[in-house]
Structures are given as structure tokens and as C-alpha cells.
Write a protein that binds this ligand. Structure first.
Ligand code: SF4
Ligand code: SF4
Length: 738
């Protein structure tokens, strides 16, 4: 060994030893912090499906590839990182010998070929990712997806990858130049080209290998000293975080909310014990361990932020910043908790002053901060952040590492509502109405059936003793809200026209409890849900068709938690089937262009994207012959944000009953996008969307920013016009606002 090799070997050995010790210490620390969370026994079942999901989402990059260029670049960088680990290992053989390589496989041409090309594509990939980060840096593009991300960490990680890849080609180049390279030119053309440009310096291999090791170990030391550096740690944490996601099958953690738990079972309020049961989350350690793993895994990529309707309309909520605040708080408070500090459910401190004597002052100060509170009290999450969420699920849908934002937000809301009674005051009216009248509007319950008046057929009641196939769940909006009532009449008319045997609960129906659950009042939700389950079971209901996606979601995904098992479909799914099977035939085409707004609780929460488009497509092309099955949804003008990336109307998460005081109105943002398509018909599949977009269009018409003939219409009303044009507007007249 020459002097260069000796120095390089010593430096590499020392820096590696330090890095390994620090990395082991960091992993132990993170494990301790994550274990502070509450138990979550439901995360361990179905390990085979979990393994498949984890492998599919990581190596298949199923979520990242939706961002095609960034996703493809990230895939190569991820694969290069895994292979790079082998090449870093190989550097320890190269540092002491110019012709060194990995034992066994290091001399194979196939190994040289694969690593060569992964290195090339990894290099291109990292340059693309650096370019994307630079193009979207906050200073350049305002509220970019990287606003609030720790930019130096992102650049650091990316430039380390770049430097390590370059070192890899330099090592190989020096080996080529000195004649010690094992692989042929056909397999490693780039390395040979680099070698042709380098001098035949034998110390070059050792120097480049040592630099590569020092850079890699500096990266390891840096992330070990920064355990909240998610942009680096996600390379390891993404695997368990995806493995333990709520749905083993891989579906996004949307649809049903996680119920409140007690002893591993959904909490029954009749048996709740305030000394033992936790009512929502008031302290960061009251999230489950999976919640704390979520916070640790965030890569700060900002995909959630870029899709969030609250963030995009100037509200203080960003799902990314919310997760980062919770993460930083958890790690800052952890020394206090690990020393035995913390409060029990009654708010009593659990450790004595003596026990906490060794805790650093920063951790003690962090422990004093309320989880939810304004800047004046040092709150971690501002109430305006918490109440801005529409629970639209865009964040969960987009997150590449499967963080479950909506569950965490609702958990914090539950404590605020049920224990602190602290929530936007205007929503209190809605909750009182739910308790007293069984509907959020406070309408007289005995007027639920009024929408049936004037129909040219009788609507069967479920308690009449007659058989029926479908229970038509009308919903509160469909029964009491003028615009939604027209949808209800259109659905009933179409079902009757198609010969579907259906019945309604009539005055026996009450609110499903969705708004109570989304605002955080699990108690009221349970009251309403148990009453409905009882009614439905007594009526022998097996199949339900719902015209409100919120009801559809709650009945289908959440009533099972309370013993109500039904086959639930949305009216657009049933209508699509009726058209496809010839039981409904559109004869009058809809002119002027149609665009469709995906309701969050139909689309993202339940992945129903195609049926409403098929219904609309059939209405647009009515009378022009049966479309091929591949083109049944043709004829629509799509908005730029559609399907999985649809933009919320602003009403979900009980926001329908709260004032929108900050930023631009979400419904106005969406209406502008819809109007920009030039379509005269803006079709919806949800009564809340109907109200929000209807109001938005009315405002635009009043200001002269929209044509007077633009209409907001439910999919069912569009179809009814195409099927029974002779009824004219009276059949289900669309309205564009009140
Ligand atoms: S659910 Fe929707 S509104 Fe709430 S944080 Fe996520 S993206 Fe934003
Ligand atoms: S999408 Fe997921 S990983 Fe990316 S910033 Fe949001 S929470 Fe973090």
C-alpha cells in the first residue's frame, strides 16, 4: 500500500466508525419516540397482503408515478440508492487497492453492466429532482409545494447522491486508466469514456473511493444527528409506514374514519369510562405509534400541500406543515415523556419534580405547549388550521408514503369538540339540530317525505310490509334542501322509469351522522347511527342506493362498525348500470358541453370515478347510437383537476356549516375552473357540491363573469332530461343557485 492508500484507508475507517455509532443511536432514539404512542393492534393483521402492498408501492412506485416525470426520476434514484449501497461497500475494497472490487460478484460483467446503467439513470434522475426542487423553490413560486420544507436538507440529500454517483464513475475511470478495471467496454461504456479522459494515477482510485466513503458517511452522520430529517429518513421509514397502513390491500386510508377505540374495540359511549378511555387527542403522545411513525416518515415533498384546497385558497392549513409541526413537537417533547412525564386522562401529571429533574429545559418548555391553541398560548396546531380541513382526502391520496392526515385531524377535533367544546360557534347550531331534529338544518322531521308530492307515481315506504329490492336513502339534503330535492325527484323518477323496485324510509330516516363525525362529535354520530342501523335492520334492508356521497360513504363504510352491514351503491352507479343494460335510454342529447365535478366522498374516498362519467357520456351522445363500452364516458369536457386530483367544493368535513372567513372561497376557485372549460352544464353527484357550486355560479352570474345559461345540475337530472325530454324542465329542473 502506498501513502495515499494508507491515509485513505485510515480516514475511511474512522469516519465509518463514527457514522455507524451515531446511526445506531439515532435508530434507537426514533424507536423510543415512536413507541411513546398509544397501542394500535389493528395494524398487524393480514401480513401477506401488507407485504405485497409495501413492495408494490415502493418498488412499483404506484403513487409516485402519478407525478410522471418526478416519479420516474425518483424511481431511478431510489433503485440507484439501493444499488449505491453496494457500491459504497465496494469502495472499502477499492480504497486500499486500485483493482479492488466486491468479492464474488464484483468481477462479473453483468454486475458491471447493471451498476453502470443504474448509475447513469440515477445521475439523470437526481439532476431532474434537483431541477424540480430549484424550479419550485418557495422564493421563486410563492406558495409552492416546497413552502415550509427544510430546503437545505433536500438539497443536501440530493447533492450527496449526485456526488456519490460522480465518485463512482471517477473510481471506475481511474481503474480504466490504470488498467485495473474488470469490466468490458460494451458493458460499461461511460466508465471507459471517463477513463479515457483521466491520467493513469494509481492513487486516484483510493482518493476517489475515500471521498465517496467520507461523503456517504457524512450523510449518515448528518441524518443521525437530525432524526427529524424526513427527506433522508423516509428511505428507511417508508417501508414500515406503508406496511402498517390502515388498509392492508393498499387502498388509500380514506372512506371510513377510524373509530374511537377502547381496549382494542370501537368505543361504545354507553360503556365509556372517562378514567380509562381517551376522547380524541389532546397531547401528541395520545396519537397511536402509527401516528408518530407517520410524522417521522414525512419526506417534506409537499405533494399533499399542492393538492390541498385549504392551502390553495390561502387558508393557514397545509397538511404537510401540520405533520411537520406534530413531528417536531413529538421529538422535542420526547425527553420529558421518556423521563416519565406526561398527563393521564384526567389531566394529572404522572411524574414528580425529582423524576423530571434531569430533563432539559427545552423539553420541559415543549411539554407546556397545548397541542391545539393559538400563537398567544404557544399552541402547536392553530385552531384555524384544524378547522380549515374539508376532509377531502387529497393529502392522503397523494402522499407517497401513506400518511393518514385525515384521521389525525379528526382525532384532534374529537378532543376539541367533546371535551373542550371548542369549535366554530356556527357549527353548534348544526349539532343541536342533529340532536333535536335528526337533521342539520333543523327542519321538521315529519316533512321528510314532502319531496314525493306531485310525482306521477307512488313511492313505496319500507315499513309498508311490501318487498323491495333497494332502499333509496334520500338523505337530509335530498329531503329538505330545495335544490337537492330536485335531484331526489329525478332519481326516484328514473328508478321508477327503469322498473327498479325501491322503497324509502320516509319520516323514519334521520341524518347518517356524517357531519357530526367529521366535526369530531363521535357521541352524536353514534346516537344517530345506532338509531338508523336499528331502523334499517328492522325493515330488512339489504341493498341501499344513496344520492348523497356522504351518506353513501357512512352507510357503506362506517355502519359496519356498529353492526349495520349493507350493500350500498351511489345513484350514479345504479343509473350507469340501468343505461348500460338498456333499462334507461337517453334520447335527447344535452347540448352546450358538460363538465363533471368529482365529489370527494364519491371519488377519492370511494374510488367511484367512471359511472357518473358514463351516465353523462350517454346523455351527451343520446340518440347517436349505443357507444362502445370503451367510449361510454366520452363527450365530457374535463377540468384540469379531475378524478383522483379533483378539487374539493369546500363543504366536506362539516365545513358546510362553518363560515369561510380566511382566504378565497373554495367553491369560487372550483367554479372558476369549471367555467374555464366553456361547458354550459356543470354536473355534480352530491347535494353539498350542488349547493357550493350553485352558489359560486350564481355569484359569478351576478358579477357578469359567467353566462346566464350556465347551469349546475346533478347527474341524475342531466340523465332525466335526456331520457324524458317531454317532461321539460319540470321533471328535474336544474338551478344554479339560491
Ligand atoms: S383533507 Fe383536504 S382540506 Fe384537509 S388537509 Fe387534506 S387536502 Fe387539505
Ligand atoms: S405528501 Fe406525504 S410525505 Fe409529502 S409532504 Fe405531504 S405528508 Fe409529507
Amino acid at each position: 500500500m502506498g501513502p495515499v492508500q494508507i491515509v485513505a484507508t485510515v480516514v475511511a475507517a474512522l469516519v465509518t466508525a463514527v457514522a455507524v455509532v451515531l446511526a445506531v443511536r439515532a435508530v434507537l432514539k426514533m424507536t423510543e419516540v415512536i413507541r411513546l404512542g398509544r397501542p394500535d393492534p389493528e395494524r398487524f393483521g393480514d401480513q401477506g397482503a401488507r407485504t405485497v402492498t409495501m413492495l408494490r408501492e415502493t418498488f412499483g412506485h404506484t403513487r409516485m408515478l402519478k407525478w410522471s416525470v418526478a416519479g420516474a426520476a425518483h424511481w431511478f434514484v431510489m433503485i440507484a440508492f439501493i444499488v449505491l449501497s453496494l457500491l459504497v461497500l465496494e469502495a472499502y475494497f477499492e480504497v486500499g487497492s486500485a483493482a479492488g472490487h466486491l468479492p464474488l460478484i464484483g468481477g462479473w460483467a453483468a454486475y458491471g453492466f447493471v451498476t453502470e446503467w443504474l448509475g447513469v439513470f440515477g445521475l439523470l434522475g437526481i439532476l431532474v429532482l434537483i431541477g424540480i426542487r430549484l424550479a419550485n423553490r418557495p422564493a421563486r413560486s410563492g406558495r409552492s409545494r416546497f413552502t415550509g420544507s427544510t430546503m437545505w436538507q433536500g438539497y443536501f440529500v440530493e447533492y450527496v447522491v449526485l456526488a456519490v454517483l460522480i465518485c463512482g464513475f471517477l473510481i471506475r475511470g481511474f481503474q480504466v486508466a490504470t488498467g485495473g478495471f474488470a469490466h468490458p467496454a460494451w458493458a460499461t461504456p461511460v466508465s471507459h469514456a471517463v477513463g479515457a479522459a483521466l491520467p493513469a494515477w494509481s492513487g486516484g482510485v483510493s482518493a476517489a473511493a475515500a471521498i465517496k466513503i467520507v461523503i456517504s458517511m457524512t450523510w449518515l452522520i448528518t441524518i443521525a444527528l437530525n432524526v427529524t430529517m424526513g427527506v433522508a429518513w423516509h428511505r428507511f421509514l417508508a417501508f414500515p409506514n406503508i406496511f402498517f397502513k390502515r388498509n392492508p390491500s393498499g387502498a388509500p386510508s380514506l372512506g371510513a374514519l377510524r373509530p374511537m377505540m377502547s381496549d382494542g374495540k370501537p368505543l361504545d359511549f354507553e360503556e365509556a369510562d372517562p378514567e380509562k378511555d381517551q376522547f380524541g387527542v389532546a397531547q401528541v403522545e395520545q396519537f397511536t405509534w402509527k401516528g408518530l411513525l407517520d410524522f417521522s416518515t414525512c419526506t417534506e415533498c409537499g405533494r399533499c400541500q399542492s393538492q390541498c384546497p385549504a392551502w390553495n385558497t390561502g387558508k393557514p392549513l397545509s397538511p404537510k406543515l401540520l405533520v411537520l409541526s406534530l413531528r417536531d413537537h413529538a421529538y422535542a417533547k420526547a425527553p420529558y415523556l421518556l423521563a416519565g412525564g406526561g398527563k393521564d386522562l384526567t389531566g394529572e401529571e404522572q411524574a414528580t419534580r425529582e423524576q423530571l429533574a434531569g430533563v432539559n429545559v427545552l423539553a420541559l418548555a415543549e411539554a407546556e405547549r397545548p397541542l391545539v391553541g393559538g400563537a398567544d398560548v404557544g399552541g402547536i396546531i392553530d385552531p384555524d388550521v384544524l378547522w380549515s380541513c374539508t376532509t377531502c382526502g387529497a393529502c392522503v391520496e397523494q402522499c407517497p408514503v401513506d400518511i393518514e392526515h385525515v384521521d389525525h385531524i379528526v382525532d384532534m377535533r374529537r378532543y376539541q369538540v367533546m371535551i373542550e367544546s371548542s369549535f366554530p360557534s356556527e357549527a353548534g347550531v348544526m349539532l343541536r339540530n342533529l340532536e333535536n331534529k335528526g337533521n342539520p338544518w333543523g327542519a321538521p322531521p315529519n316533512t321528510r317525505e314532502d319531496w314525493t308530492r306531485g310525482l306521477d307515481f307512488e313511492v313505496k315506504r319500507a315499513d309498508s310490509g311490501e318487498d323491495f329490492e333497494y332502499l333509496f336513502w334520500v338523505g337530509c339534503a335530498g329531503a329538505f334542501e330545495d335544490r337537492a330535492k330536485k335531484t331526489t325527484r329525478a332519481v326516484a323518477t328514473l328508478l321508477h322509469e327503469a322498473g327498479v323496485d325501491f322503497a324509502i324510509l320516509g319520516n323514519g330516516e334521520t341524518c347518517t351522522g356524517d357531519p357530526a363525525r367529521r366535526i369530531g362529535n363521535e357521541f352524536v354520530f353514534q346516537l344517530l347511527a345506532q338509531q338508523n342501523v336499528e331502523t334499517l335492520n328492522e325493515a330488512g334492508v339489504k341493498k341501499i342506493v344513496a344520492s348523497c356521497p356522504h351518506c353513501f360513504n357512512t352507510l357503506g363504510n362506517e355502519y359496519g362498525q356498529l353492526g349495520g352491514q349493507y350493500e350500498v351503491i351511489h345513484h350514479t352507479q345504479l343509473l350507469s348500470h340501468l343505461v348500460a343494460t338498456g333499462r334507461l335510454t337517453p334520447v335527447q342529447p344535452i347540448d352546450g358541453g358538460v363538465t363533471y365535478h368529482d365529489p370527494c366522498y364519491l371519488g377519492r374516498h370511494n374510488q367511484v370515478y367512471t359511472p357518473p362519467r358514463e351516465v353523462l357520456g350517454s346523455a351527451v351522445r343520446a340518440g347517436s347510437g349505443a357507444p362502445s363500452s370503451a367510449d361510454r364516458a366520452g363527450g365530457l369536457v374535463e377540468m384540469p383537476r379531475n378524478s383522483e386530483r379533483s378539487f374539493c367544493c369546500g363543504a366536506g368535513g362539516a365545513r358546510m356549516w362553518m363560515e369561510e372567513r380566511i382566504g378565497k372561497r373554495i367553491n369560487v376557485e372550483r367554479v372558476e375552473e369549471a367555467l374555464a372549460t366553456g361547458a354550459k352544464t356543470i354536473a355534480v353527484g352530491c347535494p353539498f357540491c350542488f349547493t357550493m357550486l350553485g352558489d359560486g355560479v350564481t355569484g359569478k352570474k351576478a358579477s357578469g363573469a359567467a353566462d346566464q345559461d350556465v347551469e349546475v345540475v346533478d347527474v341524475a337530472s342531466v340523465l332525466l332530461r335526456a331520457v324524458r325530454p317531454e317532461d321539460g324542465p319540470a321533471a328535474a329542473a336544474p338551478v344554479s343557485g339560491s
